[in-house]
Design a protein around this ligand. Structure first.
Ligand SMILES: NC(=O)C1=CN([C@@H]2O[C@H](COP(=O)(O)OP(=O)(O)OC[C@H]3O[C@@H](n4cnc5c(N)ncnc54)[C@H](O)[C@@H]3O)[C@@H](O)[C@H]2O)C=CC1
Ligand SMILES: CC(=O)C(=O)O
Length: 750
């Protein structure tokens, strides 16, 4: 038994090593293929390193002369950006909050548009300071002012005018691989309502969080705006509005366009996870039901929010010093009967049912803009109907259909007051004071609406009016509150950002074809159990945002394991369901972590039709006709279609280890000590990516590796070293190499 475990662990460890799809903590950055050269690379934020391109790379990529000569390190670039950011903070001190917030957003956005690697480095390392800018609350302000702030497009825009053509439009996106898509129709942007095409800021912000928290490679994310019009009168009249100046499509017209987009997305990227974001209530539930059994998708506002809120609600029970099972007795008042509020109540209901094992009758009170929802309400939405209170029950405590929030709080004396109404300030002084009479020794107040102005109350007001013993959470960040008696009122950020990145990552790595309730429940349970008893007693239910990568790895692993258990996982790449199923909990976390992308400058290798070739270079093609040569000279890259693909590498008496990045295996035939300077080695690659490690210095040399791809005979790729260009010619069965002046030939030591 013991031996089997060890053997299995070793096998899994080997799999983990082999199947990591992205380098993260490795000191050796993976090479990155770029199908561009020269100025095109400088203008592409995915590949641009600004002044950080090493000289050898400048040579190789045709960048010489396009940059100032000095090479600035990544660390120096980082410091320089942070210095500018700090200067901006200093220079804008005293100006209005909105002006400062937009100035901060602009400086970050400019970096995002120019150099993504550096952008994500500063974002990840300063997530606490920058999340409020790229995410809530500033992202709300950005969306409101989007048409004026617009400089460069990001993501894809589909509109009602594209009907019938989405399947082809989707191929305009330059990346062949997409892992995460966040899609909105802009109809309910945070608590700000219908912002039409301007809502694109939300998918962009959410995907920034995916990169920062889940380590999704930014080259594989896709924000999408589906512009089906807007009912926002102000925007319809705004001559600078960038979206369709038409009213929103409704009914069949609307749903058929979403159907078409979903089909197109699935056709091109069948393994991508699609997150629905900020759809108005009437379409949020309908689209979720329509697609959740067909595609790997979820609705963040309904399902992500529910999981985060449930984790918080369970934390509240722990904070009261009660057993988790006591959750069934919690009196919870929810203000807001929309996507988010109903999502929370549905999940909380499931939890109570699981705990009681019977048909639950939880003490949930649901309030919308017309007050308490009871069985007397006419025209109640079917998704809210299960939570309508039986009229007799509420009458017995002095309430009625439509009772207002204050009355409900006074009569119910809830343990938890949770706001997802999108209406700022509805937890006013009176309501908060009424919470002092809560039946809980530690009443909980969650003002979860975003952005900050739409929060149901501020943190300071909550502690001031409801008392120091409350626990508090808000959707947008607030500062902890100084209670002026040496104590601090802790503010939790009750935001779905603690779950959606892990849900997406877990679904992606499991290769799940759908996202099941079990996967979502696992995510919520994982978050709920993440905090220690000590944290909980201090009123902390959610981790600090600084540890968002850790919690996301845990949540991702929990989701992945649930996907395997529920048999919806199909595996990813070479990691099949069998391998996933054999991973222990710890191994799964390790697997998830090892697949997170981390911003480092990868050495770039230009390949494809953009490679420039010297007119003097030539390779005699006759030698490559016979595939039988392959066995004699395995180092020659023959392919059955008679194309040769190869990489030239200048070696200078160095020993290289060559790692096949597909398998993470070291290729035993493909390293050797080069005895002579100026020796060139040829490496076959069969469309593979190799990482080459200089064993003397232990680092990958930027010029010495790349994706060996798409370079076909009769013309070969040229190798550069320093200023010297090497032309190649195959003169005999052993390759010889001529230096650029054509005077000297050196036999390759192969
Ligand atoms: N913290 C977080 O992670 C999340 C926060 N939210 C926030 O929740 C809010 C609502 O989002 P959705 O449910 O999608 O919106 P929604 O538009 O679907 O629902 C809003 C609900 O609030 C109700 N309402 C309006 N005025 C009210 C009042 N005075 N008293 C009580 N209820 C009132 C409406 O009748 C409606 O039922 C937004 O501000 C959004 O930013 C949403 C998702 C996640
Ligand atoms: C956080 C979020 O998803 C919202 O406010 O809509």
């Amino acid at each position: 038994m013991w031996r089997r475990t060890v053997a299995r662990s070793a096998a899994v460890a080997e799999n983990l090593r082999r199947f990591s799809i992205a380098a993260s903590t490795s000191s050796i950055p993976s090479p990155c293929i770029v199908h561009k050269r020269g100025a095109d690379i400088l203008h592409d934020p995915w590949f641009n390193k600004d002044t950080g391109f090493p000289l050898t790379e400048r040579d190789r990529l045709g960048l010489r002369g396009l940059l100032p000569p000095r090479v600035i390190s990544f660390e120096q670039q980082y410091e320089r950006f942070m210095d500018s950011y700090r200067s901006l903070e200093k220079n804008t001190a005293g100006q209005s909050d909105n002006i400062v917030a937009l100035a901060k957003w602009r400086i970050l956005n400019r970096l995002h548009d120019r150099n993504e690697t550096l952008y994500y480095k500063v974002l990840i390392d300063n997530i606490k300071d920058f999340a409020p800018i790229i995410y809530t609350p500033t992202v709300g302000l950005v969306c409101q002012n989007y048409s004026g702030l617009f400089r460069r497009p990001r993501g894809m825009y589909f509109s009602a005018k594209d009907k019938g053509e989405m399947m082809s439009i989707i191929y305009n996106w330059p990346a062949s691989e997409v892992d995460m898509i966040v899609l909105t129709d802009g109809s309910r942007i945070l608590g700000l309502g219908d912002l039409g095409v301007q809502g694109i800021g939300i998918p962009i912000g959410k995907l920034d969080m995916y990169v920062a928290a889940a380590g999704i490679n930014p080259q594989r994310v896709l924000p999408i705006m589906l512009d089906v019009g807007t009912n926002n009168e102000k925007l319809l009249e705004d001559p600078l509005y960038l979206g369709l100046r038409e009213r929103r499509l409704e009914g069949e017209e609307y749903i058929s366009i979403v159907d078409e987009l979903m089909e197109a997305l699935h056709r091109r990227w069948p393994k991508a996870v699609i997150q629905f974001e900020d759809f108005q209530f009437k379409w949020a539930f309908e689209t979720l039901q329509r697609y959740r059994k067909k595609y790997c998708m979820f609705n963040d506002d309904i399902q992500g929010t529910a999981g985060v809120a449930l984790a918080g609600l369970l934390g509240v029970v722990r904070a009261q010093g009660r057993q988790l099972l006591d959750f069934v007795n919690q009196k919870i008042v929810v203000a807001g009967a929309g996507s988010a509020g109903l999502g929370v109540l549905n999940m909380a209901y499931q939890a109570v049912s699981t705990m009681t094992g019977t048909k639950a009758n939880p003490q949930f009170y649901l309030i919308d803009k017309n007050g308490l929802i009871t069985t007397e309400r006419s025209g109640v939405d079917p998704s809210a109907a299960p939570f309508a209170k039986v009229i007799g029950e509420v009458e017995s405590i002095g309430l009625r259909e439509g009772s207002d929030l204050l009355e409900v709080v006074k009569k119910v004396k809830p343990h938890v007051l949770l706001g997802l109404s999108g209406v700022g300030g509805i937890f006013n002084e009176q309501v908060l004071k009424a919470m002092r009479d809560s039946d809980s020794p530690k009443p909980a107040i969650f003002a979860m609406s975003n952005p900050t102005n739409n929060a149901e109350c501020t943190a300071a007001d909550a502690f001031k009016h409801a008392g120091e013993n409350i626990v508090f959470g808000s959707g947008s960040p607030f500062q902890n509150v100084d209670l002026e008696n040496g104590k601090i009122g802790h503010v939790n950020q009750a935001n779905n950002m603690y779950l959606f990145p892990g849900i997406g990552l877990g679904a992606l790595l499991s290769g799940a074809h759908i996202i099941s309730d079990g996967m979502l429940q696992a995510a919520s349970e994982c978050l709920a159990s993440y905090m220690t008893e000590e944290d909980i007693q201090k009123g902390k239910f959610y981790p600090s945002i600084g540890s968002i990568r850790n919690i996301t790895a845990e949540v991702g692993a929990a989701v992945l394991r649930a996907a395997v258990t529920e048999e919806v996982a199909e595996g990813r790449g070479e990691v099949g369901t069998k391998e996933l199923a054999h991973m222990s909990k710890e191994e799964t976390v390790e697997y998830v972590t090892s697949n997170m992308w981390y911003p480092i400058y990868s050495p770039l290798q230009a390949v494809g039709s953009h490679c420039t070739l010297s007119p003097t270079s030539s390779i005699s093609s006759s030698l490559y006709r016979s595939p039988t040569n392959r066995s004699k000279h395995p180092a020659f890259g023959f392919r059955d279609d008679n194309k040769i693909q190869f990489h030239l590498q200048f070696v200078r008496r160095k020993l290289y280890r060559i790692i096949d990045l597909d398998t993470q295996m070291m290729c035993s035939w493909s390293y050797e000590l080069m005895k002579e300077p100026h020796t060139v080695t040829i490496i076959p690659f069969w469309r593979k990516l190799y990482k080459i490690v200089d064993l003397e210095t232990k680092v990958t040399d930027s010029w010495s590796y790349g994706l060996m791809n798409e370079i076909t005979h009769p013309i070969g790729k040229l190798g550069w070293f320093a200023d010297q260009m090497i032309n190649i010619e195959y003169l005999d069965k052993l390759p010889c190499f001529l230096e650029s002046d054509g005077t000297k030939s050196i036999n390759a030591d192969v």
